[in-house]
Every structure is written in C-alpha cells, then in structure tokens.
Design a protein around this ligand. Structure first.
Ligand SMILES: [Fe+2]
Ligand SMILES: [Fe+2]
Length: 317
C-alpha cells in the first residue's frame, strides 16, 4: 500500500530529500484527503441527481451551478492523476453549460406557453361576448371539464391542457351572425343549421394553428356536439372516433347550458340537470365521462357557485 502511494507521490514530486519515516504519514494524509474529497463529490452528485429527477424542469441554473461546484471540487485530483482529473473536470464543466442552455430553452418554451395561454383566454372572452352567453359559461365549462378529467385520473398535464383548450370550444361562434345566436324563442331549421356550423368553423379557424393546446382546442371545437350513439353533429362520428377531450367538454357544456338562463329558456335546477346527464349516459354521452362527472359532482357544484352569471369578479376571469 505504502509503495503505491510512494510511487504516486514520487511521480508528482521528487521525494529524494524526504526522510522515509515521514513518507507513510504524508501518503496517508493524501489518501484521507482524496477519500474525503471523493465522498464529498459523491454527495454532490447525489444532490445533483435529486435536483434533476425531482424538479419539474430538469434543466435549472441551480443544477448547472452544482455541476460547476463539482468541477471545482475535482481540482485537487489534478495532483493525483492529471489526465483523469482533467477529463472529469472537462466533462463536468461541459455538462454545466449544457444545463445552462437547457434552462434557457425551457424558459423560452414557458414564455411561449404563457403567450399561448393569454391568446386562448383572449379569444375565449371575445367568443363569450359575441355569443351573448354573458357571465361565466366559458369559465364554468372549462372548470367542469377539469373536474371531470381529474375524476378520470388523467395525468396532471393532460388535465391542465383540457382545462385550457376547452375555453375555446365555441370559438366558431365568432363566424355565426349575432342576431341568430341571440335570437329569443325558437330557431328555424336553417338558423339551427347555421348555429351547428360553429363546430366546423371552429375546426377551420384552428386548423393551421401550431401548439398542442391549440390542436386540442381544435378537436374539442369539432367534437363537443358529437354523441357516442353517432347522432351528434357536425360529422355524426362513432364513439371511438370522438376525442376524449371532446366527450368531456360535451358533458360540461350541456350541464352548464341546462343550468343557465338563456334568451330562450329558464335555468333548470341542479338536480334535474344532473339527472338529465345521467339519463343520457351511453347514448348522448360517454359512459366513463358521465361516471367521472358523477364522481366529481360535489366539486362541480362548487365551481357552479363560484362562477355564477353576473356576479363574477375580475379575479375569477
Ligand atoms: Fe358549442
Ligand atoms: Fe358552449
């Protein structure tokens, strides 16, 4: 053992002038320092691994900084093995810059998402004003959809995408004449056919828009009036052709339409509206979605009370 240290030490410096009885002590001191350094480095690596696995954004400036600290901690190894230490330090520093760049890209992506979200809310509000559904229809449908998606145990990211994308379900109404949307009383067949068009208009408006949420919005705009028995519109799709998000928004939209006052009808009671949704399980609505609606029903009622028509506060928007 001593011979090994002696050889290592001798390769670094000339040990000729040192008394042999001190060599062992020097070697053991160096060995202890190296061991302490390596264990510290291992701890640092463990902390770093935690940082990148536990945080939602793996590339953080914090992770980059801990890598640079690790590189500094490696410098004493230069005395022991120059080539190995240089390689380790080089790789660690390189990774630290990669993490910095990753953090920068992640921030840019988050910024794009924020802009996308603001645009979605902006378009949703324009649609709401145009369609005369004053109050919180869009907000309620989006929150009901979130509750249903959560009750279906969908992953957190998907729930959030559905919540956001559902705000644009009626965006096609921007193209339907306001006098038809706001007409009190019964619509003629032609007028009703025109209102039904808001689904395909929505699909066309969002067709070439990039972004995952926008494309989910497109699916929802096209699917939220489809029925699992194939009698819905605009395409009369079969159950398996309708997107899950579309099926969820269909339930949320109808429950809100039933419980809201419209120019042509009085609001239904909460119990009657719930009954109507349950009654249409498997015909108009997807069975699993109706079950999730029922499972989350107490939460649905909370949302309904929070975002009531007319008394919505700006903080709710
Ligand atoms: Fe609609
Ligand atoms: Fe709607």
């Amino acid at each position: 053992m001593d011979n090994t240290f002696y050889r290592i030490l001798n390769s670094i410096t000339d040990l000729g002038g040192i008394e042999p009885r001190y060599l062992s002590a020097i070697a053991w001191t160096i060995a202890s320092i190296s061991t302490a350094m390596l264990s510290f480095y291992a701890k640092l690596l463990e902390k770093f691994t935690k940082l990148i696995t536990e945080e939602k954004n793996h590339f953080t400036p914090k992770a980059a900084a801990s890598l640079r600290l690790a590189a500094v901690m490696l410098t004493p190894m230069l005395l022991i093995n120059l080539f190995f230490a240089l390689a380790m330090i080089g790789i660690t520093v390189l990774f630290s810059y990669l993490f910095d760049y990753g953090a920068y890209l992640q921030e840019k992506a988050a910024q794009t998402n924020r802009i996308q979200e603001e645009m979605i809310v902006f378009f949703a509000e324009i649609t709401e004003n145009k369609s005369g559904q004053t109050g919180g229809h869009i907000k309620r449908v989006s929150e009901y959809s979130r509750v249903i998606a959560e009750a279906m145990d969908l992953p957190e990211d998907e729930v959030e995408e559905i919540r956001l994308a559902s705000t644009m379900h009626d965006i096609g109404k921007l193209i339907v004449p306001a006098e038809i949307l706001d007409k009190p009383g019964k619509l003629t067949d032609e007028e009703f056919a025109l209102i039904k068009q808001h689904t395909t208009y929505g699909g066309e408006l969002l067709e070439d828009v990039e972004g995952e949420v926008m494309q989910l919005s497109r699916k929802i705009a096209l699917d939220h009036h489809e029925r699992v028995d194939g009698k819905g519109y605009p395409a009369g799709k079969k159950a398996q052709e309708i997107s899950l998000a579309g099926k969820i928004v269909a339930v949320a939209d109808v429950y809100d339409a039933l419980t809201s006052r419209r120019s042509y009808k009085e609001p239904w009671s909460e119990a009657d509206a719930r009954e109507e949704i349950l009654k249409n399980k498997g015909t108009q609505f997807d069975a699993a979605v109706v079950e999730a609606f029922d499972k989350g029903y107490s939460e649905i009622l909370k949302v309904k009370n929070t975002y009531q028509d007319g008394i919505q506060t700006t903080e709710n928007r």
